[in-house]
Design a protein. Structure first.
Length: 265
């Protein structure tokens, strides 16, 4: 595989506005839940603006300005992912005064009794696209896809982003299934890893992530969206142990962490 240095734009980065997931961590804000800001090929977008996302963004030392966002992406409507979706629509459109931006979300987040996106805000955004299994989309020069419905309640989609020759995948909330390693194989793989040990719950565990990265062999794996069992076991130590065991660089994301893609190649 080519060095990422040769394929990534020097200004490309990923900023983790929050690294918490699951009920207790979210409710107590043991880790923040602001989602992930991507800057790829001069295009900015936020994925899963959970509770506190706007505050984390505007107070970030990395100068993240919501009015500079080109798009908002929502993987699914659970509150730890969607808590700030409505205020984020207001923020990127400056309170609805500037008709701009794109929103990508599953249908059940947008329509029906249990929708999470307020109907009046739909007119604020320039373009709304409903995500579907196997869908392909574009934000400026960034192409992305939602290859498969995750094994998780509701309509839930992970993402694969292509910016130039660089491929980044985000494996969001799901129960483990064997196609994951083939479908989400990428240079950089980001995982929602709620649990330490494998279970029948509809979430990935650290053991599942180990299985996936041994087969997919990414250049870098980044762990985020931690539940209590992961936090208690110290994610940074677990990441080091996983690096030692697999020979693949594994990083445990921290709140506010900016990952410069070219520097870390
Ligand atoms: Zn979640
Ligand atoms: Zn979820």
């Amino acid at each position: 595989m080519k060095k990422l240095k040769q394929v990534a734009n020097s200004t490309d980065f990923i900023c983790f506005l929050g690294t918490g997931g699951a009920r207790i961590v979210v409710a107590k804000q043991l880790r923040a839940t602001g989602g992930i800001w991507f800057s790829l090929d001069h295009t900015n977008f936020i994925v899963d603006p959970g509770p506190g996302s706007l505050v984390r963004m505007t107070s970030s030392k990395h100068g993240l300005d919501p009015t500079k966002l080109d798009a908002i992406l929502l993987s699914h409507k659970h509150l730890d992912h969607s808590g700030d979706i409505n205020i984020m629509i207001e923020a990127i459109t400056t309170g609805g005064t500037i008709h701009r931006g794109a929103l990508f979300c599953p249908q059940d987040a947008l329509v029906g009794d249990e929708r999470v996106i307020l109907p009046y805000l739909k007119n604020y955004i320039q373009e709304i696209t409903v995500l579907t299994e196997g869908g392909k989309y574009k934000i400026n020069n960034v192409v992305f896809s939602t290859p498969i419905q995750q094994h998780h309640p509701g309509q839930v989609y992970g993402f694969i982003f292509n910016a130039g020759k660089l491929k980044i995948s985000y494996v969001v909330d799901t129960k483990y299934f064997p196609e994951l390693e083939r479908i989400y194989k990428a240079d950089i793989m980001i995982f929602s890893v709620i649990r330490l040990l494998h279970s029948d719950l509809e979430h990935l565990s650290l053991e599942d992530v180990k299985t996936i990265i041994l087969k997919a062999k990414p250049k870098t794996a980044i762990l985020t969206h931690f539940g209590m069992t992961m936090l208690k076991a110290r994610p940074w130590q677990l990441a080091q142990e996983l690096t030692n065991a697999t020979g693949i660089k594994v990083i445990a994301a921290q709140d506010g962490m900016k990952y410069n893609i070219s520097e870390h190649a």
